[in-house]
Design a protein around this ligand. Sequence first.
Ligand SMILES: [Zn+2]
Length: 345
Amino acid sequence: MTIMLPTTTAGSLPKPSWLAQPETLWSPWKLEGAELAAGKRDALRLALDDQRQAGIDIVGDGEQTRQHFVTTFVEHLSGVDFEKREVVRIRNRYDASVPTVVGAVSRPKPVFVDDAKYLRSLTDRPIKWTLPGPMTMIDTLYDDHYRSREKLAWEFARILNEEAKELEAAGVDIIQFDEPAFNVFFDEANDWGIATLERAAEGLKAETAVHICYGYGIKANTEWKKTLGSEWRQYERTFPNLQKSRIDIISLECQNSRVPMDLIELVRGKKVMVGAIDVATTDIETPEEVADTLRKALKFVDADKLYPATNCGMAPLSRDIAKGKLRALGAGTEIVRRELSTGPG
Ligand SMILES: [Zn+2]
């Protein structure tokens, strides 16, 4: 990467209102059949354009073709029955009705590879593709077959690796696995979660990233954050093992969070996607606020390893707010780039 402080997003961006109900998770599609397929592609192109206009360097599809970052991937697998639903507690935080694993899981055909080829055809910029991580996937399902979280996670890791290799062949530069579950199930993360993540990334020549966050800005998450005290030290539990892992980039949230910035020190040597945009508020950061967060992070990560990003996905926000936040990210990063190239003033 030759760009200094390359900007990127955690992944999702709001969808246009003609495609899906805005500001809603698991929002149903408003189109069907061929119209839906065409609408998803149009939305992907608009999401790319918004990123381009905001000066985002490593671009993505804005997750425009998926209803939800975990569910949509799982829908394409066999062995999971979406009619048979059970209520489970997701990340120990909120109840949701989820599909059931009823047999051996497999991926009959690629899930996102055509979308990635399409994005590749639209831009010369580096592209990043997001996939759910194995531990976060098992946490969004009821398992009536393997009856072991670990066993199911290894199965998903194998499937994710197949998908990741095909995404790489389609021209994806960075494959990101979303593992918010790492911020909740620390013992499992250390016992087998990080190992299954490495299995998902095995043999890839593309760079790999893991995104660990405190979730979308939805009520269940903001309520949970209130219980975490004055310092959020969750990353401290998994960063030492992630530092030793083969994953290249660690994505964490820093803007308005109570994560002590010095925890970044624990992944010294890795590239770090620093969340400099809060996705849990509709206030748009000023470029100076973004710059300030990046300056603080630079105390713990070398400039050539810092990737300014959003705290998490922006799917639940309005499009205007998300666009404003993207622009602030681009403009704030530009301030710090100028400082780095001219030295302290
Ligand atoms: Zn996130």
